[in-house]
Design a protein around this ligand. Sequence first.
Ligand SMILES: [Mg+2]
Length: 333
Amino acid sequence: MGKDLLDKFQGCLLGVAIGDTLGHPFEGKLRSQIYSYFEDFNEFLQKNKDIFRTYTDDTQLTLHTAEALIKGDGFKLEYLIDEYINWLDDPPIGPGYGCISSIRNLKLGIPWKEAASNSGGNGTTMRIAPIGLYYSKDFKALKTNAIKSSLITHSHPAASAGAVVIANAIAFLLDKNPESGFSIENFFQIITNSIANSQNEIWEEFVKNLNKLKSNLNRPIESGLIKFSQAGVKSPYFIEQYLGQAFVHPYTISTVICAIFIFLNKLTSFKECIYELATAGGDSDTVGAIGGSLAGSYFGIQNIPPDLIKLVKNYKKILKLSEDLYKSFKLKY
Ligand SMILES: [Mg+2]
């Protein structure tokens, strides 16, 4: 089992990086526009590898989160803050406003409670994977630390709820075997219960959207994405021109619902799953990164085609970092 779990740790973090790398060229584009470029995505990818040359802020911040857990032997707020400040020197690739503004504040020495933005954007869920891995055997610590990690930069409850949901989904998928599958019912039970009965209006809205998703899983991908692309988004953040189209809004509820929807629709293989995620439309790189963390946790690195691993910039470094995170986790649990 030990070796299998290392396989899952590596699959998860590489999953983030692959989804982010494949989705990056399609960020901000409608799904219909993306699918006008090719008939077969795999063929398109083989012929155009040079346009998929980097990941973005999603992977960068995920790697910094992993570094902070390794250096701190677990979750320590000050290590996380230091690592996020280090990210400013990477330098950031395609950062969201919520992340960059708050982390610049942290660098100025402003305490995190004041530094955080009120953004409900998906910027904290996209970097949560290492916390889902590290605390996969301790659901209480997983929830507390997922929330804390989110609050440093985003005070909005949607952001922390998304982080909790995805961290729980990762923990659930780690010990599942893609050859035998898993119960969709149990999956929803775990993720929904992780944020249920909170007395918080936005968390309750998140739960309602998860329930809605559960009863809409049979929809074709395009139709589901049209339905959930702007889930939970409030005025004035609604993008009117994209209503009725597949264009995932960078709000946490919409992104998380769409990523889970695609993941559950494409449990056939890592490759088929990640191709659909990265071409979702709208915030495609982040749907790719978040959905990629789920697909990677489920399928493990042994089921990820080597050419997709090698497509990722610094993939060896990510493999090594996943191994270090795994070793640190093993010492603790
Ligand atoms: Mg990004």
